[in-house]
Design a protein around this ligand. Structure first.
Ligand SMILES: [Mn+2]
Length: 333
């Protein structure tokens, strides 16, 4: 039986449906969760949104973010995981007692990170479509195919998720279909300028962040003949600035907009031994996912990430630099 039919049947039989975002909520995962909440609600279901982490400030332009719960309900019929296929990004859920609830019920995975095969052991059906620029775009196609009700609120969230993951329709993986879907959304009455205004209002930098950004720029290391930009963010800065603004997106675009830079890596180092890295690449250096995979992470060719536990920062950093160097050299051969 094909996956779309399986999704139709599972959702058809269910009443209470939990929508799960991974431990790295972003505008696509939240937009997808809110779109599904709206679609499933209109279809007479009882949707419930879950994420183990708090929604970051910059996402709060999407109305309904505050309905995302950090605890699962005591009973539900099935779950839908959005925007990840990677079990390491569901670590918090996996470590909690609530995992047992999810495992017992059918679980649908809707994702677009097809570079990485789904390794969620309790997934019943996986639709991981790498041709979609965002999970929101996938949900739009799926809804049309299955005849699910697409109200304006759902379509607004879908547009927000597409705009976010496609970097305003500019990224490498934006396809003709993405533009078609955007056209249909506008035709259907979604107001793009209004969404853009809401998003901008909340992504403005507080003044301390402006100053901090200057510090980060000063500290950026340009390696591999200027093709690799690396910044390390220590715990002290994560604690001080992260609640106001996520340091990686604050700086990563400027790094990529620097002449000669092909890949940028923002490494966050936590006191508990955890290290995370956000990787972004310029065209034509599609090496992000490969670099991330080397450390057990994943993602797309141009946007990827990984995390490690209990290894020294210097070791991870130098390994990251040397492997990135190798990948850059392979590009030239
Ligand atoms: Mn996404």
């Amino acid at each position: 039986m094909n996956e779309v039919k399986q999704v139709k049947d599972l959702v058809g039989e269910a009443k209470k449906i939990v929508i799960i975002q991974a431990d790295n909520p972003d505008a696509d995962s939240l937009g997808s969760a809110l779109a599904l909440e709206s679609i499933l609600g209109d279809a007479g279901k009882e949707p419930f949104m879950y994420c183990a982490l708090d929604m970051p400030e910059y996402l709060k332009y999407m109305q309904g973010w505050d309905r995302v719960n950090k605890e699962l309900p005591v009973s539900f019929d099935m779950s839908i995981i959005v925007d990840t296929s990677t079990i390491t990004l569901l670590e918090k859920l996996d470590a909690s007692a609530q995992r047992a609830l999810v495992v017992k019920k059918p679980c649908i995975v809707l994702d677009h990170h097809a570079d990485v095969p789904c390794d969620i052991p309790y997934a019943t059906v996986v639709i991981n479509d790498g041709a979609k620029v965002s999970t929101g775009e996938l949900i739009y196609s799926l809804s049309k195919e299955l005849g699910w009700p697409l109200g304006i609120p759902a379509q607004e969230f879908i547009m927000s998720s597409i705009l976010a993951d496609s970097l305003g329709l500019a990224s490498e993986n934006t396809t003709a279909n993405t533009y078609r879907v955007m056209g249909e959304l506008v035709d259907n009455g979604v107001n793009r300028p209004k969404l853009e205004e809401l998003r901008r209002a909340l992504t403005k930098m507080p003044v301390p962040i402006l100053r901090y950004k200057a510090e980060l720029i000063q500290r950026a290391e340009l390696l591999a003949d200027g093709a690799l930009a690396v910044i390390v963010i220590p715990q002290k800065e994560i604690t001080e600035f992260s609640p106001m603004y996520n340091p990686a997106p604050l700086i990563q675009n400027d790094l990529l907009q620097t002449e000669g830079v092909k890949i940028s890596v923002v490494i966050k180092s936590y006191d508990n031994g955890r290290i995370t890295a956000a990787i972004r690449c310029n065209n034509p250096a599609p090496i992000g996912a490969e670099l991330a995979k080397h450390f057990g992470g994943g993602g797309h060719a141009y946007a990827a990430g990984f995390k490690t536990e209990g290894k020294p920062l210097n070791e991870i950093k130098s390994e990251c630099i040397s492997y990135a160097n190798q990948l850059l050299q392979n590009l030239n051969t």
